[in-house]
Design a protein around this ligand. Structure first.
Ligand SMILES: [Zn+2]
Length: 187
């Protein structure tokens, strides 16, 4: 069942990822989902209740030369499709607007940005990767805008509930179409 782990600290989460590294069959499954080989993939960030990967965890520097800020990437076709539907319905602009008027949401979103950076930094330290070209950069438009809900949901799935309030909100909005604890993989 999701979440497979509960976020407490960056150190603990990265330890979990590094002791549950992606297997060959995980990498093959993600390659099928994305239609390309997932370079730099360290672990599966979260799984469907059936075991299929939902997100990847990618190292900060791929092949020792490509800086990669998008540590958490949404790979599951059902999840990406559900997110595309809410993006098409205008949620990016609405949520970005909401961040300017809702201080609690904005503070939570800033905190999500900071914990994203903390996890990536810990990955960089543990894997010996440089963050030189991606320092301070996360994904999805964080911390001030909502530009990609795929990236935001990927963080929520990989780090668990209570970390990114925008991701928590969007997951609740798409649950009829995608739910990590309801397998619709064969459809
Ligand atoms: Zn499934």
């Amino acid at each position: 069942m999701w979440p497979q782990h509960v976020y407490t600290t960056a150190e603990e989460l990265v330890e979990y990822f590094l002791t549950h590294q992606a297997t060959d069959s995980d990498i093959q499954a993600v390659e099928v989902q994305l239609g390309r080989f997932p370079r730099g993939m360290v672990a599966v960030g979260a799984r469907c209740v059936c075991g299929q990967p939902l997100t990847t965890v990618t190292r900060p520097l791929i092949d020792g030369k490509i800086p990669f800020p998008t540590t958490f990437y949404l790979t599951h076709p059902g999840a990406t499709k559900a997110i595309s539907h809410v993006e098409a319905a205008g949620r990016l602009a609405e949520l970005t607007e909401q961040l300017t008027s809702d201080d609690v949401l904005a503070a939570g979103y800033m905190k999500a940005h900071e914990s994203y950076l903390a996890v990536r930094h810990e990955l960089a330290v543990r894997l010996g990767d440089s963050e030189e070209h991606i320092e301070g950069i996360t994904a999805g438009g964080m911390p001030e805008r909502v530009k990609c809900l795929h990236a935001v949901l990927a963080q929520t799935l990989a780090m668990g509930p209570g970390v990114n309030p925008v991701g928590d909100l969007i997951l609740s909005e798409i649950r009829e179409e995608f739910d990590p604890n309801v397998c619709r993989c064969s459809r």
